[in-house]
Design a protein around this ligand. Sequence first.
Ligand code: SF4
Ligand code: SF4
Length: 373
Amino acid sequence: MSLIQKISSTLGISGFKSRIQGWVFKKKLLKFSGRFRWEPEACFYCPEMCRFACPVAETLRDNTVTPRGKMSLLHLAERGFTPESVAGGPAQRLWFLEQCTGCGRCTEFCVHENDVATQLRQARAEHFSRESVRLSPAGSLTEQVDAREVGRSLEALRALEGVVVLCEPGRREWWLARPKLLEELGATSVCEAWLPHREWSWGKLSELRIDEIGDALSDCTQLWVESPDAAWFLAKAVKEEREALGAEVRLVWQRFFAEMAARELPLGTSFHESYFLSRLFPRLGYSVPMYERGLLPFHSGWNVHDCGGEGHYRLAHPGNARAIGERFLADLVKDGRALDKIVCQSWSCMEHLRGISEAKVVYWLDELFDGAR
Ligand code: SF4
Ligand code: SF4
């Protein structure tokens, strides 16, 4: 049989058996979905349709930290290449795996919807697990979160029941002073908790510790979470991946967004959205108003800018995170946007921006309920 005939028969052009082969061939060829183990391999052979979207690669101007570059490390490991041979050693390899803010932009622009951030997180977790530096339930948690605070938070979580607002640390009084808002959410208590979501996103949190958090919340039926990143930890890590949480996770944004969206922001005021709401939660099937799939970027038509995720990443790589933020703000100014005030959806972004922007940075709930300050 000639080569052409072989190819034709493989594609199912003649004969029943060949048609079956063709079907399998096409299915295998076309089924290149990010939900399967093709993920690192897909990136390895990809012309990098997502490259422009990666804030780390674009800011560092470094081809080794594009989504494809980082995922190639995983594919090479699958093929048996050692960390020494691809990066010089495990610690050097880890540096590359950490060059991800978790923003999910690459997934958004990838035709295969490859979930690069999750793959990199899991690879980091494997690294820490191998190096025996994952955090045990009894151990100190992190350089970023005080272990005693987390211990106290676990105690506080165990006391909760029913419908609860989990607020940002330091904001409990704000909520208690607004009983009407609590009533609107149907919440009977407010708790401020230091959750180890950053440790989890770096791959440093043990599964036992994640289960412990789910267990502590076992008497809750619904959690209204103020922080998008803490909500993501509860919904993704504790509920979806570990199946350790029975309570429904809701975002405060889901309830109050309409009033915020109806507000006309004056010229010079910009809205800084959280990628957890705009990109990550919709992928979990959450209905996050304004942020359903397919509406990105700059979907909402007002003076909005899109988060690159550096609020989290800055805890591990502050210099790079700062460079991303500065580049990002400079791009907005180049686009002719006035930046007198930035209204932030996330506390974490707010803290990051306050360090690098001269604009007045305010929290969205303060803007919405307390008026412009
Ligand atoms: S995430 Fe998608 S677009 Fe980006 S390199 Fe991987 S396969 Fe290609
Ligand atoms: S999730 Fe964001 S930072 Fe990470 S590789 Fe993708 S685009 Fe880059």
